[in-house]
Write a protein that binds this ligand. Structure first.
Ligand code: G6P
Length: 472
């Protein structure tokens, strides 16, 4: 029986070691829920980094054995691997480059060496379990070389690659010293997917101009093989968020949280700590908003959840300090004894708490400078059971291509964010409902299950066409 092998840098489970005891917590992320029904079927399997550093072989074996029951296969990385591959090449070279921050990108040969080695390690782990008729679905920028590493050893296997972050324009991508190797790595796949049409266009343009390979209608000619490139905008598990928003636990939390507020309007922002998320722009806009519209002092609060992320990468540490300072400045300048303008949380929250925040928020303020998709805005929409609420969304997020009923803003235009906030806070309820309903209908339909099926069906189709071409 053939199987599907899912591969991503992180496994859909968090492994921790506390006082010699290993604990496993399933993650609630979009990919984990979307692929949850797939990797547990038959003899399918999900491969990824264990995410924690273990030195003893006995413990590694223990984790491997424990995870096997869950259809998961862990890959263990050394401290040097984490430094060079994860913190280095993935998050200090590719991440800034692909998010249009080339000035933050670090070009270091030792990072590149490590990236190649770890991609090789992933490929070996896949090859250990992979058989002739299997399908391998590789996820995201940490594993750009893996498709080709598998292709070399299993020329006929079905390989899909999906990138969850943007693919930058050719002018940015070409700055990378290892640009050609990265492209050829991805082209080992049969189907390459991005969230948006623009990402796909940028990728094809780089393939053509940097690797000298032609394409026609999204199909790249690789000698005896065709690689299909297309856009597959990722959705969320809509029903899960809608259901959570009506659960007693969520509603109890909302009542509790509201009891410490004074009926102020709530603006919500939720992000991982990342310079691509535009957190500073958002705070700057808020400061100007209070200056221009002092009637909102004591009448409105910003709930700002910043989830700690990559805090060993220097650029992220510096950003944390800047955000702390900005929040401090706004609260210091405008705060009253009985009112704090920014409720700032630097930690992660369980889904029930996030769901309560989504229920409470009159406005969701999503202002990334660049984002592959952004699922927070979709989760907000799914949680608005009474269909009120306004989404302010950056044009630079992939999701803006689908959510044209949001108030779309350019995150670099602070004045425009200020105006959008005012528009959102004064929008009549029937207008809010009109836009919310349109967005809800589209997200209900194009949910995560639809996305998974679309990609995997397309991969099967591409493979069938290839074998037809070979038998002709
Ligand atoms: C983004 C990336 C994912 C990544 C996630 C969390 O969404 O597309 O590949 O897993 O951020 O980042 P981390 O570095 O903690 O895995």
């Amino acid at each position: 029986m053939s199987k599907t092998i899912i591969v991503s840098n992180r496994l859909p489970i968090k492994i921790q070691k506390n006082n010699q005891e290993l604990t496993y917590t399933p993650s609630a992320g979009g990919l984990a829920t979307g692929l949850g029904s797939i990797y547990k079927e038959g003899n399918n399997i999900w491969l990824g980094w264990a995410g924690l550093h273990l030195t003893s072989e006995a413990e590694k074996n223990q984790v491997t054995e424990d995870l096997e029951k869950e259809s998961l296969k862990p890959i263990f990385l050394s401290e040097e691997d984490v430094e060079g591959f994860y913190e280095g090449f993935s998050n200090a070279t590719i991440w800034p480059s692909f998010h249009y921050f080339p000035q933050y990108a670090v070009y270091q040969d030792i990072f590149w060496e490590s990236y190649q080695q770890v991609n090789q390690k992933f490929a070996e782990a896949i090859l250990e379990v992979c058989e002739a008729n299997d399908t391998v679905w590789i996820h995201d920028y940490q594993l750009l070389l893996v498709p080709q590493l598998i292709r070399e050893k299993r020329p006929h296997i079905s390989i899909g690659y999906f990138q969850h972050i943007p693919f930058p324009s050719y002018e940015i991508f070409r700055l990378l010293p290892w640009r050609r190797e990265l492209l050829l790595g991805v082209l080992g796949a049969d189907l390459v997917g991005f969230h948006t049409y623009d990402d796909m266009r940028h990728f094809l343009s780089s393939v053509n101009r940097l690797a000298g390979i032609g394409y026609f209608h999204g199909e790249v000619e690789m000698g005896n093989r065709k690689v299909v490139v297309d856009a597959f905008p990722m959705g969320i598990d809509y029903d899960k968020y809608a259901k959570k928003a009506s659960s007693p636990d969520t509603i109890n939390r909302e009542v509790r949280y509201r009891s410490s507020l004074n009926n102020e309007k709530i603006i919500l922002s939720i992000d991982r700590l990342d310079y691509s998320k535009g957190i500073k722009n958002r705070l700057q806009a808020l400061e100007i908003f209070f200056e221009e519209y002092p009637e909102y002092l004591e009448k409105m609060v910003l709930f700002m959840v910043v989830v700690p992320s990559r805090d060993t990468v220097p650029r992220y540490q510096a950003l944390k300090t800047e955000i702390d300072e900005l929040v401090g400045r706004i609260n210091g300048k405008y705060g009253r004894v009985s009112w704090t303008p920014v409720h700032y949380f630097y930690r992660s929250f369980p889904l029930e708490a996030l769901s309560a925040f989504y229920r409470m928020a009159n406005v969701a303020l999503v202002t990334p400078l660049r984002d592959g998709m952004n699922l927070v805005c979709k989760e907000y929409i799914a949680s608005r059971l009474d269909q009120t609420g306004v989404l302010i969304l950056s044009e630079m997020a992939g999701s803006s291509k689908e959510l044209s009923d949001a108030i779309l803003i350019n995150p670099n235009d602070i004045k425009q964010i200020v105006a959008a906030l005012h528009q959102a806070l004064t929008m009549p309820k029937d207008e809010q409902k009109f836009h919310m309903e349109i967005m809800q209908n589209s997200l209900k339909r194009y949910n995560i299950h639809h996305w998974v099926k679309l990609f995997l069906d397309r991969l099967t189709e591409v493979k069938e066409q290839q074998s037809y071409m070979h038998t002709k």
